[in-house]
Ligand binder design. Sequence first.
Ligand SMILES: Nc1ncnc2c1ncn2[C@@H]1O[C@H](COP(=O)(O)OP(=O)(O)O)[C@@H](O)[C@H]1O
Ligand SMILES: [Mg+2]
Length: 239
Amino acid sequence: MSSALLEVENLNTNYGKISILRDVSLTVGAGEVVALLGLNGAGKTTTLRSILGLTPPRSGSIRFEGQEVAGRAPYQIARLGVGYVPEGRRMFKDLTTIENLQLAENGRAGEWTIARVLEHLPKLAELRNRKAGRLSGGEQEMLAIGRALVSNPRLLLVDEPSQGLGPLIVEEVYKILGELKAHGVAILLVEQNALLALKIADRAYVLDCCKLVYSGSAADLRADRERVRTLMGLTEVTV
Ligand SMILES: Nc1ncnc2c1ncn2[C@@H]1O[C@H](COP(=O)(O)OP(=O)(O)O)[C@@H](O)[C@H]1O
Ligand SMILES: [Mg+2]
């Protein structure tokens, strides 16, 4: 337990007076891919925002490499090695691919230089001078991943990478996530498409109305379609 990269314990987060997360506890080990699943509105994005300090929790502990980070500013948490690929990608649409990457370099030294990111994501190299606003959804998702990588994170928080993308592009994006895993980057992966995320995840958590309702092996959950259906309601459980 104490060797985990990220340890979240009894996280309680509110928006105003409304309680969104209640006693959420989860861990991500070094190099592990952990899926955080749940229906729309379950609190997945709020969990990531709490970890990053964007929506600071009301109570609870968030330790990164053993260090308490709850209550710290987002830039301080990011600087420790936590990268973020936000829902909806959120890039500077009037800046080119390469300019978006340059802005994301934050001086955290490591193996992921811009050159290396472009080598790993050759599509971005081809599109280096195109404005981000003119990229397709899949290309923007890749840029969002590349942008997070140049800060050399030990842990990537990825929010709904498949959202709004066609099946072939989704496959490409997941291939990249799989390669990052092979390179030792730990990933906390939020998805509504449970079966897709469970394919590359080692472990999984399911959130339902503020609370965790499943915590365990990704493979076990994936093998039990009935359980996925029960936990995730009647959303698509295809792929
Ligand atoms: N900025 C906000 N202010 C008030 N309520 C919010 C805000 N963001 C999200 N919520 C509410 O918090 C709940 C969880 O949202 P969210 O974490 O975005 O869920 P998910 O990512 O699982 O779809 C939802 O009921 C949503 O309406
Ligand atoms: Mg969300």
